[in-house]
Ligand binder design. Structure first.
Ligand code: AMP
Length: 316
């Protein structure tokens, strides 16, 4: 693992392709309400991963997408040649959190330019060695996978919506990826097992080499196909959660970005364990502010600090 003093990826880090939604979000919590925030699975994942590795972003926005967000991606050295800017409005999502800040209700979704989105990779992206398929329709995730050549590692994130509405597409995708990341309620929905270990084992039998089940404020587990490949960590303890939107996407970005910066050609299970902890540390920053307000200014030393603290907390 090598980074420069400023925390930007070193030349040894390998690029990671990230596809997903790029959105403008309205978020309501029991305390306050904020509108027109930068959101979307790819936005969070790309900002998170960019602390570790060069990112090739694939997505779509409308002409209404504020230039300040484009500038933020550029400041983070995120390559935007795979970002389509087309006539029309950007994807919009609005959600409301319940009192416990864990449960949320989607109030509205407007697909807008996403409706006709077809991810077409610029030729230079086709050989990107690491691929993170952020949360979007599994048919679109598969289209991206069809276009990449011999990736070292492919990682997919998903959500309950796709398990409920496009199950066959999702099953086809799950059979093709190396790592599946999902949360405990989604793992239950996908397998019928409430127990996250049983659920992970069931998913492993369907194709992936590793399954990471996130348990929100209770941490995450990682299960691999080989005998003894099991890891569990708590979450980084946060007392004041302001907005959990994008925590899962930021986790995925940190997880994937860390692996792309790993010194080994193909990440080992030890790397995977570390990646879970880096994802956890990044997600903890994300929930402390609305949208990407905290992670947009984050530097590598900030992440290292929480990784060290997590190690101290969980050691016995
Ligand atoms: P998370 O809190 O990690 O589940 O991520 C929330 C983000 O995902 C928000 O910024 C939304 O813009 C985005 N999002 C919500 N629903 C969808 C969807 N159906 N497809 C793609 N992105 C979505």
């Amino acid at each position: 693992m090598t980074t420069t003093a400023q925390g930007h990826p070193s030349p040894n880090s390998r690029p990671i392709l990230i596809v997903g939604s790029i959105a403008l979000d309205d978020v309501k919590t029991p305390v306050t309400e904020r509108k027109n925030l930068l959101g979307g699975s790819a936005s969070y994942a790309a900002l998170g991963a960019s602390l570790f590795s060069p990112v090739n972003l694939v997505g779509i926005v409308g002409l209404d997408f504020p230039s300040e967000h484009i500038e933020l991606f550029q400041q983070r050295h995120i390559d935007l040649s795979g970002l389509q800017r087309v006539e029309g409005e950007t994807f919009r999502w609005s959600g409301e959190y319940m009192e416990n800040m864990n449960e949320r209700e989607t109030l509205s979704i407007a697909l807008n330019v996403f409706e006709d989105f077809r991810p077409d990779l610029p030729p230079v992206y086709e050989t990107t060695p690491f691929v993170l398929l952020g949360n979007i329709a599994p048919s679109l995730q598969s289209l991206v996978l069809d276009q990449v050549k011999d990736p070292i590692l492919t990682i997919a994130d998903t959500m309950d919506l796709w398990i409920q509405t496009t199950r066959e597409d999702l099953d086809r995708l799950v059979a093709r990826v190396d790592v599946l990341i999902l949360n405990d309620s989604e793992a239950d929905l996908l397998t019928g097992h409430r127990n996250p270990i049983k659920a992970a084992e069931t998913i492993l039998a369907r194709g992936p080499k590793y399954v990471c089940v996130k348990k929100g404020e209770h941490g995450a587990i990682l299960v691999g196909k080989n005998e003894g490949e099991f890891f569990s960590t708590s979450a980084y303890p946060i007392q004041d959660v302001l907005d959990p939107t994008g925590a899962g996407d930021t986790f995925a970005g940190g997880f994937a970005g860390y692996l792309a910066s790993s010194e080994q050609q193909t990440p080992s299970f030890a790397d995977m364990r570390q990646a879970v902890v880096y994802g956890t540390a990044l997600a903890s920053y994300n929930v402390e502010s609305f949208s990407a307000e905290k992670i947009r200014t984050l530097q590598r030393p900030d992440v290292e600090k929480r990784v060290t603290e997590l190690r101290a907390i969980t050691q016995f």
